[in-house]
Design a protein around this ligand. Structure first.
Ligand SMILES: Cc1cc2nc3c(=O)[nH]c(=O)nc-3n(C[C@H](O)[C@H](O)[C@H](O)COP(=O)(O)O)c2cc1C
Length: 554
């Protein structure tokens, strides 16, 4: 294999995993319930019971997400417990007839939750007297200790980072998504990684901690650090990324690198536990498997990007700032939208402004590359804004190229009351509800909200520049922005839903995009949700639900 051929294959995968009006990406076509993968991985090893933090200091949603506003917590059993509870933990159980399923703080396509989380830390008072690598089990809210290792090795691993830092790593089990979605599943797994990254950074912000996605290690080094090297077979975990959590506010822009030989040390150690089997049988999805191998990254740091100056953010502090923790815990996907409610214009502008990358706003500073994701917006019901296609340019460096790539007849006009600093443009005024619904695989939620959107992402250039490993990272960025949109909607009294099922090229045709320079990678809808009163909501950690199987809704 060579670089050019690998890149070509990524584009081939991307095209074959597209949905269209006439066809869907290769998938199972039905749900094989007997083989539904267990969404809860367990290693069956010594556990650390985490605390369910009920009485955390209430902190404002907006004030906390403005970087550096929360008081600094020390690393302790309680603060680590809260970090996991508020990021990857369960939010509720749902029940209907004889079926129950758990929802989590982080959204996941089909509620299938392919993402697994790990803590890699030094000693933590009241939690562990040695450094550990531990798997987080959200159902029980426990850490499973897979490795205890020496202080000396920990000191060399953490040495490049500020005192008191620790790591969280994420992995994906592709089979969990492939079971339902076939070849398109690889995309969804990586959206979910992005949701999880944002959920962790946002939860950490409540404790005064900053999170940063490390450019290195490569996949091989991360597998060694997590003891995944010997995992084989369809249920195996793919090492995705390593986040450093820094319990101070002075995180350097460019973090130092961890020497490779330290990861090599971990490959010599014995990790405890055997991963549980998730399904009795598996279906082989050749491209999902191939992409898992082809997008592994080598040990390197990202080469420099063109200059991007993140905005500082101009929004005024909120008058009635809701509790961030309450918003995190109440986040849900809307299953249906009311098709009636209008959003006020100031709410709309505040909401989209908070989706712009900003140096001062969590979690946008987590990613190490400049923003590649823009929004094509289908505006339906925003008071004072004509219905139509709009564009939010999240990185001004792309404006010229975007205009050149889209239909000539688009006006790119700033709406009359739009704040001057907001890079928001009207392309065409029209009732676009039917198009929004149609291109979102016919899902009514895309038309019945106040607006929906497609994440138009710079595509060909970054993959050609850096290689196949960058393909998943585009989805991480989409997922990260998506998790913010979920919370921002809740905080403004609305609800949203991520939409992974959309017709790719018909969306591109709406804009007039003809090449792979930009691709729509994720859709969203925002509106007022209509709840299904037949579905019962139950507490996340009530012991009477512990014995139930938490398999998801589609
Ligand atoms: C990547 C991704 C794609 C999704 N695609 C759809 C979709 O096409 N249609 C839909 O109704 N919900 C979609 N969802 C919402 C999920 O079904 C929802 O997150 C999941 O059921 C868990 O529920 P919760 O978000 O309330 O925790 C998607 C979510 C994610 C993260």
């Amino acid at each position: 294999m060579n670089f050019k051929e690998d890149v070509r294959q990524v584009f081939e995968y991307h095209n074959l995993s597209k949905h269209g009006f006439q066809f869907y990406a290769p998938g199972p076509g039905y749900l094989d319930w007997a083989n539904q993968p267990n969404p809860f991985r367990k290693y069956g090893v010594e556990e650390i019971a985490l605390e369910l933090v009920q009485d955390a200091e209430p902190l404002g949603y907006d004030s906390t997400l403005r970087l550096g506003q929360a008081p600094l917590s020390t690393i302790s059993h309680r603060s680590v417990s809260q970090l996991f509870q508020d990021s990857l933990g369960l939010s509720v159980w749902k029940s209907y007839l004889d079926s129950t399923w758990a929802l989590r703080m982080n959204a996941s396509s089909g509620n299938l939750h392919p993402t697994e989380g790990y803590l890699i830390s030094g000693k933590v008072e009241g939690m562990s007297s040695t450094p550990i690598v531990a798997h987080y089990a959200p159902r029980e809210h426990v850490l499973e200790i897979r490795l205890k290792f020496s202080d000396e090795l920990w000191n060399s691993l953490i040495q490049p980072f500020p005192e008191g830092s620790f790591f969280i790593a994420l992995t994906s089990i592709h089979w969990r998504e492939a079971w339902k979605y076939g070849e398109r599943a690889f995309r969804y797994c990586h959206h979910d990684v992005g949701h999880a990254i944002a959920a962790i950074a946002i939860a950490a912000s409540q404790l005064g901690w900053q999170v940063s996605l490390l450019d290195q290690p490569g996949t091989f080094e991360l597998e060694a650090l997590l003891g995944l090297g010997s995992q084989r077979g369809p249920d195996n975990e793919h090492a995705d990324c390593l986040l450093v959590v820094v319990p101070n506010k002075q995180l350097e822009n460019k973090l130092a690198l961890i020497p490779t030989d330290i990861f090599h040390e971990f490959s010599k150690l014995h990790f405890e536990g055997t991963p549980n089997r998730l399904s009795p049988e598996h279906v082989h999805w050749p491209w999902v498997e191939k992409m898992g191998g082809m997008t592994k990254r080598s040990f390197q740091s990202l080469p420099p990007w063109e200059k991007f100056v993140p905005r500082v953010g101009s929004n005024l502090p909120w008058e009635n700032d809701p509790s961030l923790r309450k918003i995190i815990h109440q986040r849900r996907s809307a299953v249906a939208m009311d098709g009636q409610t209008w959003m006020e214009l100031p709410t709309f502008y505040r909401l989209i402004e908070n989706l712009l990358p900003s140096k001062r706003r969590v979690p946008f500073q987590v990613l190490s590359w400049p923003p590649l994701v823009h929004f094509l917006m289908f505006v339906h019901r925003v008071k004072g804004l004509d219905a139509g296609y709009y564009f939010l340019v999240r990185n001004g460096n792309d404006l010229g190229e975007l205009k050149d790539s889209c239909h000539r007849e688009f006006t790119w006009e700033k709406p009359s009351h739009c704040p001057s600093e907001l890079p928001f443009f009207c392309l065409l005024k029209a009732d676009v509800r039917e198009t929004a619904r149609a291109v979102s695989c016919g899902q009514e939620i895309a038309a019945d909200g106040c607006f929906s959107l497609g994440m138009i992402t710079k595509f060909e250039e970054p993959i050609q520049k850096y290689g196949p490993w960058f393909y998943p990272q585009l989805y991480w960025e989409c997922g990260l922005v998506g998790q913010v949109l979920y919370l921002e909607s809740e905080a403004n009294g609305f609800r949203s839903t991520g939409i992974g099922c959309f017709f790719d090229d018909p969306v591109h045709q709406v804009l007039g995009l003809k090449s792979l320079n930009y691709q729509s990678l994720y859709h969203f809808t925002v509106g007022i949700s209509v709840e299904d009163s037949q579905i019962q909501t139950l507490p996340p950690y009530d012991s009477s639900w512990r014995s139930k199987k938490g398999y998801g809704r589609g």
